[in-house]
Design a protein. Structure first.
Length: 264
């Protein structure tokens, strides 16, 4: 919805209670739920009665604790079925390119590996050798390294073997490089990847994962720009914006984690 007109306060309060329950790992007592929502227990209880009638909230059997009900699960499943990850990623990529004035690549895992599905070029028009259909090296590009860090180990090893066996001139961007288990662990902990040396001299790249409700990688968002324009250091404002954008898309796919990194 884009209409920002007058809303219904009671609906917003009820939705706030649902958001609190969704953010918890366990069911809540009425007093705790009311405190988190900024309501009195009596006020919260009145809302919970209505939400319970709709199946959005239920009490745990044999206790006074509240949790999300079966209707909330139905809504979540419907959302996951109806949302197109690529569409969400494309919309985010447009905004990211406009805000950073840099090129943005949307990359998915395809039959040949990390494959570009969309490129939004920045105003500096640097030569990035990337277009829709471009396949990136798994070890020699920032985008490839993100997939290497977040995909199952057996899949990654098989993809690296295929890449190693390819003939020169296969068209894949980036050269085969060393990529250790420690490197992959560091990428997961940091939640982003870059690469040095870069496939194109003088052109930097930062890549982050977009994760779904199960914490599995769906795509990579990659910022690309001239080294003078794109800061790839850990404290980079470009990195912060890129990670915030990817987290927002991940939230749209049901990801509930706090950061775009996965435990080892």
């Amino acid at each position: 919805m884009t209409d920002k007109g007058r809303g219904v306060n009671s609906v917003e309060v009820g939705a706030g209670l649902l958001e609190i329950l969704a953010a918890q790992d366990e069911a809540l007592m009425l007093r705790d739920l009311a405190r988190l929502a900024g309501l009195s227990p009596a006020q919260a209880h009145a809302y919970l009665i209505s939400l319970g009638t709709l199946g959005l909230v239920e009490q745990e059997p044999g206790s006074a604790r509240y949790r999300l009900g079966p209707a909330a699960l139905d809504f979540g499943i419907t959302r996951m079925r109806s949302v197109d990850p690529i569409r969400l990623g494309q919309a985010a990529a447009v905004g990211l390119s406009e805000e950073t004035q840099l090129a943005v690549a949307l990359v998915v895992w395809g039959g040949f590996g990390a494959t570009v599905v969309q490129v939004l070029e920045g105003p500096d028009q640097v030569h990035i050798n990337t277009r829709a259909g471009t396949v990136y090296s798994l070890t020699g590009t920032a985008s490839g390294r993100i997939f290497a860090a977040y995909l199952p180990e057996s899949l990654v090893k098989a993809a690296i073997r295929r890449e190693r066996d390819e003939k020169t001139g296969s068209g894949r961007v980036g050269r085969l490089m060393d990529l250790s288990a420690a490197d992959l662990s560091m990428i997961r902990q940091a939640g982003y990847a870059t690469v040095d040396p870069t496939p194109v001299p003088g052109v930097n790249a930062l890549s982050v994962p977009v994760l779904d409700h199960a914490g599995q990688i769906q795509m990579a968002l990659t910022l690309i720009g001239a080294a003078r324009s794109l800061d790839t250091s850990p404290g980079s404002p470009h990195l912060r914006l890129l990670q915030e954008t990817a987290l927002r898309v991940s939230r749209g796919l049901g990801f509930a984690g706090q950061a775009l990194s996965l435990p080892d």
